[in-house]
Design a protein around this ligand. Structure first.
Ligand code: ZN
Length: 382
């Protein structure tokens, strides 16, 4: 009898041992079940863990796509952590955040332009019905009246810029041009014309070269000041407004410089009286999948519809012929809908992706130390 009891206990212990081992390998068991197309299978996990496994597998494949090396020179990408606007409209802020997460701004280098040209040869058809729907729906809600639109053009001047100036002159609209210093050479006449016709010029750095300008604070300000000098030589104006290549909260700078570089650059600029401008309405005229002019119209109107004050991002570098075609249509529609136009200035409506940080947070030093450091720093970089 005692022999049977011993065997019984041994079997119980063996069963507990096996069951414990299986529980510890629950994921393994579930994976087996999952790989067998979810056929009925003995497992000790939960349905939730099964779903998690499935999701995780999908996520891993997504991550592998996301972590594919980026062509750093192919586009600017802005993924703002937050947006500072001089409006307290929370809906507007959330829309802007959403929109700017999608925002992509192109580099002015020729390789991109070549890519864009290739894509441009087979433009995607837009949907005019959808466009009319957007306008009609919003117009009936009376959302378009009293909107103020700030047209801005980056990466010029180029041969396109005089044509844009012609359109703006015909429409009697003033705009803001964030120019690249290296593009001013051979376009001095265009620069003078911008000023004569009442447009505003902003600084968009001399080289627009991420690898160089975002390697260090020193590099950035050398480039920034070089652009300022070129603008001054051409127009006798030193702009106090600036748009940082890629936007103030671009991620691409982290490939070349310290993570908090944009905060430091912005803080120094603002301490010196400059105003950094981002945007809240992206025409997407520079996205990799280049849009035809109808799509630029759609994008622009869609994003403007979400704002009370809309700073629109366009580009006037070479090959932006779609922007050129879209611009008169956009202006006509905005005028028809009752919008007004204005130029950016240090006192105008502002959009900045990068959130404000104190001197202490940005530089890890006291304000007193900052004042001393800043003066010394300026002597070094200017
Ligand atoms: Zn740019």
């Amino acid at each position: 009898m005692s022999r049977f009891i011993k065997i019984f206990f041994i079997l119980i212990i063996l069963f507990i041992f096996i069951a414990t081992g299986l529980l510890a390998n629950e994921n393994l068991i579930y994976r087996a079940a999952y790989e067998c197309n979810n056929t009925t299978f003995l497992y000790f996990g939960t349905i939730a863990s099964a779903d998690d496994q499935n999701t995780c597998d999908n996520q891993n494949s997504l991550n592998s796509e996301i972590t594919t090396p980026i062509d750093n020179n192919s586009f600017e990408q802005s993924q703002p952590e937050s947006i500072n606007i001089d409006s307290n409209n929370s809906t507007e802020k959330s829309e802007e955040t959403k929109q700017n997460n999608e925002a992509q701004q192109s580099d002015s280098n020729k390789s991109i332009q070549n890519k864009e040209t290739e894509i441009n040869e087979s433009p995607i058809e837009s949907n005019p019905v959808k466009q009319d729907y957007i306008i009609d729906k919003l117009n009936t809600k009376n959302m378009w009246h009293n909107k103020v639109v700030y047209l801005t053009f980056d990466d010029g001047p180029s041969w396109i810029t005089p044509k844009i100036l012609d359109i703006l002159k015909t429409e009697n609209i003033k705009a803001t041009f964030f120019v690249v210093g290296s593009a001013i050479l051979s376009n001095e006449v265009t620069m003078k014309r911008m000023v004569e016709e009442g447009h505003v010029i902003g600084n968009h750095t001399y080289s627009h070269d991420y690898k160089y300008i975002y390697r260090s604070i020193h590099n950035f300000f050398i480039d920034f000041k070089k652009c300022e000098e070129k603008i001054f030589e051409a127009t006798s104006i030193r702009p106090k407004i600036i748009r940082l290549p890629g936007g103030s909260n671009n991620k691409i700078h982290k490939l070349y410089g310290p993570n908090n570089l944009m905060y430091k650059i912005t803080k120094i600029l603002e301490s010196d009286g400059y105003v950094v401008f981002d945007w809240n309405a992206d025409s997407k005229d520079s996205s990799q999948a280049l849009h035809c002019s109808d799509q630029i119209v759609d994008n622009t109107l869609k994003y403007i519809s979400r704002q009370n004050n809309a700073i629109v991002l366009f580009h006037d570098c070479s090959l932006k012929t779609n922007t050129l075609q879209a611009l008169p249509i956009i202006i006509d529609k905005l005028k028809f809908l009752g919008c007004s136009f204005d130029i950016l200035s240090t006192n105008s409506f502002k959009v900045k992706f990068l959130k404000n940080k104190s001197i202490e947070e940005t530089f890890n030093i006291s304000v007193d130390m900052w004042n001393k450091y800043h003066i010394i720093f300026e002597e070094l970089i200017y």
